[in-house]
Ligand binder design. Structure first.
Ligand SMILES: *Cc1c(COP(=O)(O)O)cnc(C)c1O
Length: 373
């Protein structure tokens, strides 16, 4: 209308009708639809090569809506053993009491996923790749085949890779989910989520998955607000350049860590020795900005390293322009202690931002040296 090169923030709840029921462009009430949210949803659908996208108030709100829209009590989900902690909590503490069961499997093991599928009962094979914090890799194309043969859809949480590095729908997935809080937003200033549906879903019983998600998004109402939608849209404009810079930095940091005497293991899918390297090389454009590593001095040293960096900010979350460091066992993964998702105490997780690589390496070097004293 105005030629504005940036979509407006429609900070509005309701819309003038041209006579009763005379909606302009389909807008009637902002829970059902809002033009800023529509702009974000169209952008996300295009980036993922999907039919339609739905923007939510958080990644977990999108996942909850997906579970409730597509499943019913008695159904079963196969989920990665190292799924995002909040996803596992949603399945274990919310979906399970509702009657939806799950089995956690090592998602990189295609045969184990096939064995975990209960014919007639398993409705979703839930995939995260790369996983958090061990950067495990799942073969999306192989798992799509296994899920479809078992009568289930394949739902991929693409938060870590982003549509820039990985296109799950093109590899056979039926639904893609995002915490847009992370790389899509990219500036640590918004919490949001998204669900994108494939152009065709051929799994019997799921042909109308898109309509069911649309209905539930409106019925449950956990939508992204206009300003949050605008922030994610703004972030997405630079997704490609941010991801390339994060990947460049991550590769240099990995090289540094591999040569450091205090580091006993580095987990990064771009390392030829990583168990998921070949699959990652096949399905990802690059290997991403997430790294985890283990230190010789055990849990105390890992905690000390996290507390000693200056440029790397100690904090949860990931995917922002500023680099973050954290201790999974005591922070992001504290809630899964004592379960099969538990991680070891000597592990440190890095989310590599877009700062100068040398500054990032110097800071880590100082922190590792200081923590070893
Ligand atoms: C953060 C995250 C989520 C949850 O998203 P929120 O926006 O925090 O609700 C889900 N999956 C992955 C992989 C995440 O990193």
């Amino acid at each position: 209308m105005t030629g504005a090169v940036v979509p407006a923030i429609y900070q509005v709840s309701t819309y003038k009708q041209d006579g009763v029921g005379g909606l302009r462009g389909g807008y009637e009430y902002s829970r059902s639809a809002n033009p800023t949210r529509t702009a974000l949803e169209q952008c996300l659908a295009a980036l993922e090569g999907g039919s339609r996208a739905f923007a939510f108030a958080s990644g977990l709100a999108g996942q909850d809506t997906t579970i409730r829209a597509l499943l019913k009590p008695g159904d079963h989900v196969v989920v990665p053993t190292d799924a995002y902690g909040g996803t596992y909590r949603l399945l274990n503490k919310v979906a399970l009491p509702w009657g939806v069961e799950h089995t956690a499997v090592k998602i990189s093991d295609v045969a184990a996923v096939r064995a975990a599928i209960r014919p007639g009962q398993t409705k979703i094979v839930w995939v995260e790749t790369p996983t958090n914090p061990m950067l495990g890799i799942a073969d999306i194309a192989a798992l799509a085949t296994v899920a479809h043969e078992g009568g289930a859809i394949l739902a991929v949480d693409n938060t870590f890779a982003t549509p820039y590095l990985q296109q799950p729908l093109a590899l056979g997935a039926d639904v893609v989910m995002h915490s847009t809080t992370k790389y899509c937003g990219g500036h640590s200033d918004v919490v949001g989520g998204a669900v994108v549906t494939a152009k065709t879903i051929a799994v019997p019983g799921f042909e109308d998955a898109e309509d069911r998600i649309a209905f539930h998004q409106n019925s449950m109402g956990a939508i992204a607000g206009p300003f949050d939608a605008w922030l994610v849209l703004r972030g997405l404009k630079t997704l490609g350049v941010r991801m390339d810079r994060s990947c460049d930095n991550a590769e240099k940091v990995v090289e540094f860590l591999l040569g450091h005497s205090a580091v006993t293991a580095v987990h990064y899918p771009g390392l030829p020795g990583h168990p998921g390297y070949h699959v990652a090389a096949k399905q990802m454009k690059r290997f991403g900005g997430m790294i985890s590593f283990e230190v010789r001095g055990g849990e105390q040293q890992a905690v000390d390293v996290c507390g000693a960096t200056e440029l790397w900010t100690l904090g949860e979350s990931l995917g922002g322009v500023e680099s973050l460091i954290e201790h999974p066992a005591r922070m992001t993964h504290a809630s899964v202690r004592g379960t099969e998702l538990e991680v070891t105490g000597d592990l440190v997780r890095l989310s590599t931002g877009i700062e100068d690589a040398k500054d990032l390496i110097d800071d880590l070097d100082r922190a590792l040296t200081k923590s070893a004293l």
